[in-house]
Design a protein around this ligand. Sequence first.
Ligand code: GLA
Length: 391
Amino acid sequence: MLLKTPPLGWNSWNTFGEEINETVVMQSADTLIETGLAAAGYEYIVIDDCWLLRERGEDGRLVPDPVKFPHGIRYVSDYIHSKGLKFGMYSCAGYHTCAGYPASFDHEWTDAATFAEWGVDYLKYDYCFHPKTIPGHILYKRMAAALANCGRDIVFSACSWGSDMTKLWIKETGANLWRTTGDINDSWQSLKALSLVAGDAVRFGSINCFPDMDMLINGMHGKGNVGLAGCTDEEYRLHFSLWALMGSPLMIGCDIRDMDDFTKATLTNPEVLAINQDPDYNQPFDVSPESDPIPWTDTELHSSGEHPIYVRLLSDGDFAIGMFNLSDQPSNRWNTALQLDRIGLPETTGKTLVLRDVWTGEEVIVKGGIFSAVIAPHACRLFRARVIDKP
Ligand code: GLA
């Protein structure tokens, strides 16, 4: 199937982990609608690991845990669909899921058929406990072939954490999304580590094969399965800005039934979501003074500097521009300077940009081909920029 834009939704793992059950999932579907998240575009409700029993059934099929899902999975799926939402599930390319439950290796066709019968629209497919004798690209091809033949459109979300050079082979497998790194947790350390390598992954992303930077931690505030120290509001806003700009799926990880106003306002900002969902997925590129203007030619994992400035050309000719300060000091006019010639708009064109800050609504016209900002530690500016004739 063709996936044109990154999926928006909610996933159970970050907050609930093992504690997943029918009530949580169905209430989260209700909440997606009641809070306006669905109206803003969030449509997938995804059950992650730990939904099943430790053994397959006598018919060889995966069996939902009857305590967690007393009415079975189809019941939950029907409920989610009755709300106009889409339904996602989880399995793994190995013998076991990461939490040690049965997984799909050598059962790909049976499991794809089961997921199709259950009305699944999205499958997250992990990489734990896989046979070391079979390369990752073949493991993902096996499930991709089964899904493509299961009679239902199912978004195939590969989750091999960027390992074994996922970025080099993922597009040939048929996966629609691919996890670029190991797991996020709810702390600035984790957020910073993932942010530093974000630019590496996007070079290998495209429409129908979007880079998945992992599920969101916005609004977790240290609670739940991957809750650690928690982050400040500024840090959560940086997180959402970067994930949106890079074209990552935006899968909410907090307990949306108990979401604070700041989190809701962040997650539903229409201008930020419009950047994420722009119909042209032109790759973001780094134009910070610390970045190398010549694209890398090797395939090593590259880290940006601590002040990346990512730019993305949008379908209507605007630019999305994010200036990030991942360091512990305020940025300055040298390390956070946007030069218009680096994005293809030199002075000789007679053009410049109006930068509209999508968080504050403030507008500023770039003068003299350069715009510098002083950005607080762990904060960012995100703009939608319109090309105008120089005043
Ligand atoms: C891996 C994945 C996580 C989550 C867990 C579940 O760690 O990367 O996103 O799905 O497995 O066990």
